[in-house]
Design a protein around this ligand. Structure first.
Ligand code: FAD
Ligand code: DLZ
Ligand code: SF4
Length: 512
């Protein structure tokens, strides 16, 4: 029996469900670079280069094993430009008995695959993606009947079921969560380790030329491209992170620094999400460092929680709530995405830095994404769909399953509180506490209103005021709403005037 096995750009895992019983003598692996996937949002140039180069190198590795790989390049004559078109053409070429798939990470692609069952002339089999630690079914069972879907409770279950950082049936160190110790600002002059980056190999250079030629106007630059494009190099990047940055990851997890987003972060999400690393092996490496005394518990617990907690939880919410999830707009936000998200041209130093980091690296770390870029979109009331599209295209690690709940739920509160018990809204004080952005900024973070005041300050109070009907009875916002209620009508009007003038003057003409 001949099996055609389709491998998508984010399924570059040798142990993938649909590669498990591969018979090199009979089977054909199909991989296709297609315009439809490259264009459904106009991905950052680095994301395109990373994925196409990693696909090509993965195909080479399979061939080295003796596997027949039918690899369709983007610029190849006859490329239909769609996954469906390339699967149909490959069926004509190879006449397989069946097409074997691993479930994709996006609802859109799953729907497409389900249509193939009707459209194609061979059997279509869809296997579960078992690279996650919690299956979609297990997440659904956990979520059923619960009032709220709090990550912390889910995380504890995954700790128990996987055994990560467990001391028999108790959490290592006697606590599940060491987050309270993980909120330090970077001390001035603290040394940041050099991170292992990878000069583009020949394949990557070829793809760079292709991407510059075919996607010249896409967001982002390729100058600082340094992503690994093979599993071997991704493992080196992981080892380098574990030895040089993990020990301090916890302490400074929320800190931000002008001119560099990497600080002590893992820089591994593109690799895990594309399949070059598995979440389990990443957590095992971190736990080994802890057990060997090479990294403290607050760092290792904090890191492992991101992966077996947040990452799995986010994926569970996506599949539980799609397809309706992306349509909600709880706060009725209706502003167009400001141009600064594309140009980095703004006098707000925090935003300028975070957009520039994103442009230069297809990367920004979690707090930049949440508390600067997301917070601003939330306070300014930007349309969720436009913000979602932006996040989906600018980051090398972005696929809808992980981007959407993070943006729609966590950053924008567009789901009305399914994911977070309150919006992550904050004034400039938080950014000042956690970064060095404010010192050189043209605005004054201590001023609340007026031409020199930090816009985050009046936007924050204006946001609370504007959304009082929807958020006023949220217990976790009781304190700021009490403060708001004590403001005189004149003060509230002044805040509203400054916010309106600022937002009205924001250029928003760019069509990303
Ligand atoms: P580290 O800080 O070193 O964390 C380790 C790992 O934990 C990450 O590699 C990642 O796999 C996982 N992780 C941490 N937080 C989350 C989270 N909230 N959701 C899922 N995984 C998490 N992550 C993506 O992978 N793709 C996205 O498209 C994405 N969009 C985001 C959008 C917003 C608005 C926010 C607030 C967060 C988003 N995240 C996304 C989560 C997080 O910001 C990135 O996973 C992280 O910055 C990746 O960098 P790192 O590997 O250095 O992570
Ligand atoms: C993101 C992406 C891009 C840019 N290009 C391709 C491609 O050419 N071929 C492919 O198989 N997959 C691509 N992908 C990933 C898909 O768009 C999609 O996001 C994931 O496969 C969903 O799991
Ligand atoms: Fe950002 Fe306000 Fe600080 Fe300027 S003062 S960097 S706008 S938080």
């Amino acid at each position: 029996m001949t099996t055609l096995r389709l491998i998508l750009a984010d399924q570059l895992t040798r142990g993938l469900a649909s590669l498990k019983d591969l018979d090199p003598a009979q089977d054909v692996v199909l991989m296709a670079e297609v315009m439809e996937e490259a264009n459904y949002v106009r991905h950052h140039k680095q994301k395109l280069v990373f994925l196409f180069a990693a696909m090509r190198r993965f195909a080479d590795e399979l061939r080295d094993e003796g596997v027949t790989v039918d690899y369709v390049r983007l610029d190849e004559a006859g490329n239909t430009g769609s996954l469906g078109g390339e699967v149909a053409r490959a069926i004509e070429r190879h006449r397989p008995d069946r097409l074997l798939l691993t479930e994709p990470g996006e609802w859109r692609v799953l729907e497409m695959m389900q249509d193939w069952r009707e459209e194609l002339s061979c059997d279509v089999l869809l296997r579960e993606d078992d690279r996650f630690l919690c299956s979609r079914g297990d997440f659904e069972r956990w979520a059923t009947g619960r009032k709220g879907l709090r990550m912390e409770f889910f995380y504890r279950e995954v700790r128990k079921s996987t055994g990560f950082l467990m001391d028999d049936d108790k959490p290592e160190g006697g606590r599940w969560n060491f987050d309270a110790e993980n909120r330090k600002k970077l001390p001035k002059g603290m040394a940041i380790p050099d991170r292992l980056r990878f000069p583009p190999d020949q394949t990557t250079q070829e793809v760079m030329t292709l991407v510059e030629a075919r996607f010249p106007d896409n967001f982002g630059t390729l100058d600082d491209f340094g992503w690994a494009v093979t599993r071997k190099d991704a493992l080196k990047a992981l080892a380098s992170f574990i030895s040089s940055a993990l020990p301090t990851f916890g302490d400074y997890q929320d800190a931000m620094k002008a001119g560099g987003p990497f600080i002590f972060h893992g820089l591994i999400s593109p690799y895990i999400n594309a399949g070059l690393l598995t979440p389990r092996e990443v957590c095992e490496a971190a736990e080994r460092a802890y057990r060997a005394g090479a990294a403290p518990l607050n760092a290792v617990e904090g890191f492992i929680r991101q992966i077996i907690g947040w990452r799995e939880y986010i994926r569970g919410v996506y599949w539980l709530k799609m397809p309706d999830y992306r349509e909600t707009n709880h706060l009725e936000a209706d502003r167009k995405l400001p141009d600064l998200y594309w140009t980095a041209e703004t006098e707000m130093n925090c935003l300028a830095n975070c957009v520039a980091d994103t442009r230069d690296h297809a990367y920004a770390h979690h707090i930049q994404r949440l508390m600067v870029l997301g917070n601003f979109a939330l306070l300014a009331g930007v349309r969720p769909r436009e913000v979602q599209d932006w996040y989906l295209l600018v980051y090398a690690d972005a696929y809808e399953w992980v981007e959407l709940p993070n943006v729609h739920g966590m950053a924008l509160f567009a789901d009305g509180g399914l994911l977070g018990s309150k919006p992550y809204a904050s004034s400039g004080a938080y950014i000042d506490r956690m970064s060095d952005y404010c010192g050189p900024c043209r605005f004054d973070v201590r001023q609340k209103t007026g031409p020199d005041a930090c816009p985050f300050n009046y936007l924050y109070w204006d946001f609370l005021s504007r959304n009082e009907r929807k958020l006023g009875d949220n217990q976790r916002l009781a304190m700021p709403y009490r403060t708001l209620s004590k403001m005189t009508p004149e003060r509230r009007a002044e805040i509203g005037r400054d916010a309106k003038a600022f937002l009205d003057a924001l250029p928003s003409d760019y069509e990303g």
